[in-house]
Design a protein. Structure first.
Length: 213
């Protein structure tokens, strides 16, 4: 039986948890879908998934081995990633103002524009520095790879599975946001969602930084 079949149940659970955890990409999807419509939201998902695939393949291709071998680099990735998440969480909490667009604080440094192409570019920039995607590709995926024999086939299969799960979840987020656009644009609702998102990001950042060892 192929190795990837043996680890599939645990891998599916890890993929589902990662997809459901809110992060900078979630804020971007919601903002573009609510502000610019479903097409822009789906374009943001497309850019995000390209980045997710690159991070996953990079981790499986050997960067994870480098991090394991170099303890200081491994610790650095965890600490920097944790600090970025904490910073984004604080910004989301502090930026939850009634006169702001949804996700404005967390996405103001990304490429501007309200077209699907702009959403795609913004998503690519966001995923390049997304600690959640990096952590999955560099630290979680390698745990499901075989310790001996050819690794590349398992990497490609698991990367494809993770891409399908993550894309399905993100598309669902965009469709739900598009349908609930009027409700999400209400100032009170938007503020609560952004503050919850901010609190979750801070908690994830603290956990990631604490795991540096």
């Amino acid at each position: 039986m192929p190795h990837w079949v043996d680890v599939l149940p645990q891998f599916l659970l890890a993929c589902l948890i990662l997809a459901a955890l809110p992060g900078p990409a979630t804020a971007l999807f919601l903002q573009r879908a609510v502000r610019d419509g479903r097409t822009a939201g789906l374009a943001a998902v497309a850019g995000n998934e390209i980045g997710v695939l690159v991070w996953t393949l990079a981790g499986g291709a050997g960067l994870s081995v480098l991090l394991v071998a170099n303890r200081f680099m491994n610790v650095g990735v965890h600490i920097v990633g944790g600090l970025v998440l904490i910073w984004l969480g604080i910004q989301a909490w502090r930026g939850a103002h009634a006169d702001d667009e949804f996700g404005a604080t967390m996405t103001k440094m990304l490429p501007a524009g309200r077209t699907p192409t702009s959403a795609f570019r913004a998503s690519l920039v966001s995923i390049a520095a997304n600690p959640k995607a990096a952590v999955f590709g560099l630290t979680i995926l390698p745990q499901f790879l075989p310790s001996s024999g050819p690794v590349l086939p398992t990497v490609l299969i698991l990367a494809a599975i993770q891409l399908v799960i993550d894309t399905t979840w993100c598309v669902g987020v965009v469709v739900a946001a598009d349908r609930a656009g009027a409700w999400l644009r209400r100032a009170g609702i938007r503020q609560r969602i952004e503050r919850v998102l901010g609190a979750v990001l801070v908690a994830l950042g603290l956990g990631l930084a604490a795991d540096a060892r």
